[in-house]
Structure formats: structure tokens, C-alpha cells
Design a protein around this ligand. Structure first.
Ligand code: ATP
Length: 379
């Protein structure tokens, strides 16, 4: 079932928890609501689930046409972070609960319930554990019981609020792969709340990035990571370096690095910021054109990768550089070493204009002005 959210607003006293949220979630999609604590994710999920009333705006299930037909409220399955299993009930009874409490005319027979629960326990890979109590299960197993219980009512929409939040990193990773697979099999429209960007990128078809009650960007994991709409999304989705520069003579200048922006007619003196992820910084010990001189201040070997911090003139915050362990060994990059850095794929942010993507390889560059959503190719 598709979900359409229109101009949704919610305040708690004077505090705006959600501001003018518009969102379309196509049938069968797995969507992550991603954002920092307090950004409004849970409030939005609760409004979709009918547990909270918005001040204004609508949530339409199945689109306008269905709404006009005034269909009954959709069946919604919920899973919360804190399991919310009944501690005094076995796994079987927990999963069967939603079926047993149905009105008599809709209630399946005892035999049908037994078959259904067995099917669901197989689906969540907990066969044989039906007689255990929640206390006798691991955190990951409990969360799978919670999911089986939510699925028992054959929901048209599944809402998950930080479903793996209380689990340790390894179990979390296993469960999110498993959720992805399960969603693939069941195809139920699913919305899950997370503040973990890796989880959102790994699991979701679409990621809704939220901040301070607003939607900052909606896109595929690739889009939100590779083409963030604004500096907030850039910083929230992974590490990024910011190097401050200025527009001068039609060029974006960052000390000895410069890129021609003459096609843009930005006034001289305007501030700009180059955004570069740590793995997009090239680092050598040899000077060359279009490189900035720097000095290595810290070296952190972390498994197969090595994270370096380097200082450049005019940037108060060190630049993070991510290289392979192999390159680190070959290059002898050690603390205090003088180095030269270049940016492989910088995106330059100019206040009021959005991002400019530089494609340095063919001497031209691709610009994307996200405030107008236009793409122009300038050579
Ligand atoms: N019932 C309430 N009364 C007053 N303020 C509330 C209420 N529920 C939520 N808020 C406030 O609204 C804001 C959004 O809360 P919400 O729980 O939606 O955020 P969130 O993004 O899910 O955060 P978290 O990741 O910490 O759960 C928060 O600042 C919160 O304090």
C-alpha cells in the first residue's frame, strides 16, 4: 500500500516537531527516516501509524482514489526498539497474540493459528523456540519475535522504530541484512526510523534525511551519499572535509588550489566551501600543480585502511585522509611529514547557489544547482 504525506505540521507547545512535511512512499518500498536525535522521525512515524494527531496536513494510504472510497484503516504492524514482548508469554503466544485478539468473526481457528505461527517462526528463523520465554532469548532473537508478531496480522504497512537500536554492532549488522532479505520476500511497504546512517544506506530503497522537523533530502542511498542536497546532508552521511575558500577573478580559490567558475558569474569575494570525503583526497610526498602543501599531524591505522590527519594553511580544522594500508607502507607517510594533497572529486558549495560539481578529468565541469534542480553542462 502506498503512503502519501501532505503538508504535515506538528507542534508540542511552541516547539515545532514537524514542519510542512510532504512525502510519497510508493507501494512495497523500504524507506528509512534518518536524522539526528530530535529531528522528528518518531513523531512522523507515530503520525503515520495513527498514534499521534498532526496539527494540520494529511496521511493518505493507497493514494487519493482509495482515500475517496473511504476504505477502512490499513492494517499496520509495529516494531519498537525495546522489543515490547509480553514477558509472561511464550514465543508462540507472543506471535499468536495479534490473531487471538481479533474479533470472533475474523479470528482464525486454533489449528490455523498454529500453522500461521509456525510459518512466521520459520520466516524469522526461530523454528523450535516457540516454547521459550522472552528472557530465554538473545536480544536479536527477541527482536525477530517482535517482527514475527507484527507480521502475524498480515500488515499492509510495517513501521519500525529503531528496531535494532538496542543490539550490539555485529547482531545489528546481521539483522539489517536479514531485514533487507525479508522485505524482498514479503514486499510490504515498510518505514523504519534510524539515526545510524550506515544502517539507512545499507537497508533502504529510499532514504528520507530529516533535520529539525524538516525533510532535507529524499533519495536513493547512492543519491544522498554521492549528491547531498546541502551541507547538512553531507555532514550527516559520513565523514567530510570542509575547506574554506573565496571566489576571485571568476575562480574558486583555496590557497594554491583553484578552479575556473567563470561560467557562473559569481561576484568576487564570495565565500565558498569545498566538500571532500576522506577517501577522495590524494596525498603524495611530491609537489605538483593543483596540490596544497600540508603536514601530517596524526596517523591512525585501522585495519585495512589508514586514517591520516593533515594540516593545511588557513584551515583551522585538520583534513582527514583515508588511504589503504598498502599505500601507507609504500609511501612512508608518518607524523610531521610534509605532504601535498589534491581533491579528486570536490563539490564546491556557494551560499545561495548550492553545489557545483567539478569534473576535472576532461577540463569541463558539471554543475548542479540544487535550489533550482537544473543540471547544466559547461565546458
Ligand atoms: N509528547 C511530546 N511532548 C513534547 N515534546 C515532544 C513530545 N514528543 C516529542 N517531542 C519533541 O519533539 C522533537 C522530535 O521528537 P522525535 O521523538 O520525533 O525525534 P526523533 O528524531 O525520533 O529523535 P530520537 O532519535 O531521539 O528518538 C524532540 O525535540 C522531542 O523532545
Amino acid at each position: 500500500m502506498s503512503i502519501e504525506i501532505k503538508a504535515l505540521n506538528k507542534k508540542y507547545g511552541n516547539f515545532t516537531a514537524l514542519h510542512e512535511i510532504d512525502l510519497v512512499i510508493p507501494e512495497g518500498e523500504l524507506v528509512a527516516l534518518l536524522g539526528p536525535s530530535g529531528s522528528g522521525k518518531t513523531t512522523l512515524l507515530r503520525i503515520i501509524g495513527g498514534m499521534e494527531i498532526p496539527d494540520s496536513g494529511n496521511v493518505l494510504f493507497g493514494g487519493e482514489a482509495e482515500a475517496q472510497r473511504k476504505i477502512a484503516a490499513p492494517r499496520i504492524g509495529f516494531v519498537f526498539q525495546n522489543y515490547a514482548l509480553f514477558r509472561h508469554m511464550t514465543v508462540f503466544d507472543n506471535v499468536a497474540f495479534g490473531l487471538k485478539v481479533r474479533p470472533r468473526r475474523l479470528r482464525p481457528s486454533k489449528k490455523e493459528i498454529r500453522v500461521k505461527v509456525a510459518e512466521l517462526l520459520k520466516l524469522v528463523q526461530l523454528e523450535g523456540l516457540e516454547n521459550r520465554y522472552p528472557d530465554q532469548l538473545s536480544g536479536g532473537q527477541r527482536q525477530r519475535v517482535a517482527l514475527a508478531r507484527a507480521l502475524a496480522i498480515e500488515p499492509q504497512v510495517l513501521l519500525l522504530d529503531e528496531p535494532f537500536g538496542a543490539l550490539d554492532a555485529k547482531v545489528r549488522q546481521e539483522l539489517r541484512r536479514w531485514l533487507r532479505q525479508l522485505h524482498h520476500e514479503l514486499d510490504i511497504t515498510t518505514i523504519f526510523v534510524t539515526h545510524d546512517q550506515e544502517e539507512a544506506l545499507e537497508v533502504a530503497d529510499q532514504v528520507v534525511v530529516m533535520n529539525q522537523g524538516k525533510v532535507e533530502q529524499v533519495g536513493t542511498p547512492w543519491e544522498v551519499y554521492q549528491q547531498p542536497a546541502n551541507p547538512f546532508v553531507y555532514q550527516f552521511l559520513g565523514q567530510v572535509n570542509q575547506v574554506r575558500g573565496r571566489i576571485q577573478d571568476g575562480k574558486a580559490k583555496f590557497d594554491s588550489l583553484e578552479w575556473d567558475l567563470s561560467g557562473y558569474h559569481h561576484p568576487d569575494g564570495k565565500e565558498c566551501i569545498a566538500f571532500v570525503r576522506p577517501h577522495e583526497v590524494e596525498i603524495t610526498t611530491e609537489p605538483a600543480a593543483q596540490r596544497l602543501q600540508a603536514r601530517v599531524t596524526q596517523v591512525y591505522p585501522v585495519g585495512a585502511r589508514v586514517r591520516l590527519e593533515v594540516e593545511i594553511k588557513g584551515n583551522s580544522v585538520p583534513i582527514e585522509v583515508d588511504i589503504t594500508e598498502e599505500y601507507w607502507q609504500q609511501s612512508g607517510l608518518a607524523q610531521n611529514r610534509s605532504v601535498f594533497i589534491a581533491f579528486k572529486k570536490p563539490r564546491i558549495f556557494i551560499e545561495g547557489s548550492g553545489f557545483v560539481d567539478l569534473d576535472i578529468s576532461d577540463g569541463s565541469f558539471l554543475s548542479e544547482n540544487l535550489s533550482t534542480n537544473k543540471r547544466v553542462h559547461i565546458s
